[in-house]
Design a protein around this ligand. Structure first.
Ligand code: IMP
Length: 431
């Protein structure tokens, strides 16, 4: 039986993704022994800045920059092999070895037909399009659920792999052609040759049963960090369905996504921006578009890491953060991009919604109801000072302190840290 006092921390996006998880992961990574991605694929985009250099990763855990850390892509992930190898090479070119990378033999593979299907499905949905990243995430997870997915471990038996791929390619080609009238079809030999001749040799040594590895590490009381991808409101069950991703970015899925038991996660840090953003379609109650929103977008560089799409901007929504805290069990909050709000005269915080003339403080399950929610705001005075050089909570202007305190009070979770700029040194711990 596992003891309850593990040194494990999960970094979880509390909104719709892009909260700055990469930065907080990188912060914790400096003391970690193991870093684990357990859900999603290269739809995630993590930006890590240090030593005046900017790195962008989509599938390899952000901890890869610390060479003594074991980085794990666990079974709950879906892996695009082209992207994996291109990131391995990108890291190598920048002087970072991937010898400390471990990839689960149970993780599923994203094939080119998944991306093609993603694209076709989005087109077919017309005005109901989800706004996916078109990386094939949904179709890959659908194959997993449908029990026709192909896993990383299948690469270790070429004959079996080809059998499975042949079934899938024939099936997908039919769907692409007959349902979607798509001209692009796929060829088993071409895919197999590319993988076995060019891609697999570059990561074969990293394939392992990561469940066994993680179980050993946790039991040995090593410091393990679970690096979240996407955000809680994109969770397939608890997010704003159907405008969600096809995996489970919330903390409880760490168990299924790694094979560790539920008790294995002790600290759960909810990452939130000091305001809200969203990419893709879907309801966003506190969204606004005016001069202030445009300023936030430019100052905060609110453009997708992966897709470069401009992000939608909204005022801070405490209802969403509280909901997120409840479904994840946050033990602390990390408030990101606080500096972006400097210079804004008045800051709004949404404290409840009005739905059919009734005040509610939760996210309704039906998207139709969520769309009708009118955010109820309180207004807090802003600050004009440059806060990018503060090194403690006490050094913040009083209005910034009050803004953070109000967020913590509304959500009922202490603030563990906040961030005032992209560099490692600009992440401040709250005592
Ligand atoms: P998919 O994950 O590509 O299927 O996209 C489904 C929805 O999740 C879309 O609205 C995407 O914009 C959103 N999404 C997926 N990954 C991320 C992410 O890492 N950050 C923000 N949004 C994401």
């Amino acid at each position: 039986m596992l003891e309850t006092k593990y040194q494990t921390t999960a970094v979880i996006g509390s909104q719709w993704g892009d909260e700055g998880k990469g930065k907080i992961t990188d912060y914790f990574a400096q003391n970690a022994d193991v870093i684990v991605r357990w859900s999603g694929g290269d739809n995630a985009g993590h930006t890590i800045v240090f030593d005046n250099k900017k790195f962008k990763l989509s599938i390899i855990p952000s901890g890869i920059f610390n060479q003594k850390v074991t980085c794990v892509i666990a079974n709950g992930c879906v892996v695009n092999l082209e992207k994996l190898v291109s990131e391995i090479n990108y890291l190598k070119e920048n002087g970072y070895s991937c010898e400390n990378l471990k990839i689960s033999d149970r993780a599923h593979i994203i094939f080119p037909y998944h991306s093609a299907l993603d694209e076709c499905q989005e087109l077919a949905r017309k005005e109901q399009a989800i706004g996916t990243t078109k990386k094939g995430i949904g179709p890959c997870y659908a194959d997993k659920m449908n029990r026709v997915g192909i896993r990383i471990g299948d690469l270790l038996d070429k004959e079996e792999f080809v059998k499975k791929l042949t079934f899938n390619v024939e099936h997908k080609n039919k769907i692409l052609k007959l349902v979607y009238n798509c001209q692009e079809t796929f060829d088993v030999t071409k895919i197999t040759d590319r993988i076995f001749n060019e891609l697999l040799p570059q990561f074969q040594n990293y394939i392992t049963d990561t469940r066994v590895l993680l179980d050993e590490k946790v039991k040995a009381n090593q410091i393990v960090l679970f690096e979240g991808a996407q955000g809680s409101l994109l969770d397939l069950d608890h997010g704003t369905y159907p405008f969600v991703t096809s995996s489970h970015p919330i903390a409880s899925s760490i168990a299924t996504g790694t094979g560790l038991c539920l008790k294995a996660v002790t600290n759960i840090i909810g990452i939130t921006k000091a305001y809200n953003t969203r990419v893709g379609e879907g309801v966003f109650p506190t969204e606004f578009e005016d001069e202030i929103a445009r300023t936030i977008r430019e100052v905060g560089n609110e453009y997708g890491t992966v897709s470069k799409r401009p992000r939608r901007i909204g005022w801070f929504d405490a209802v969403i953060l509280k909901y997120s805290a409840e479904i994840n069990g946050f033990t602390g909050l990390a408030i990101m991009l606080l500096d972006v709000l400097s210079g804004i005269k008045e800051l709004k915080i949404c404290t409840s919604y009005l739905l059919n003339n009734q005040e509610i403080k939760y996210v309704p399950s039906q998207i139709k109801n969520f769309a009708q929610c009118q955010p109820q705001f309180i207004t807090m005075p802003g600050w004009t000072e440059d806060i990018t050089k503060v090194t403690s909570f006490d050094q913040l202007p009083i209005n910034a302190q009050n803004y953070l305190k109000k967020i913590s009070e509304l959500v009922g979770v202490p603030i563990t840290m906040f961030s005032v700029g992209p560099n490692r040194t600009q992440t401040i711990l709250v005592q």
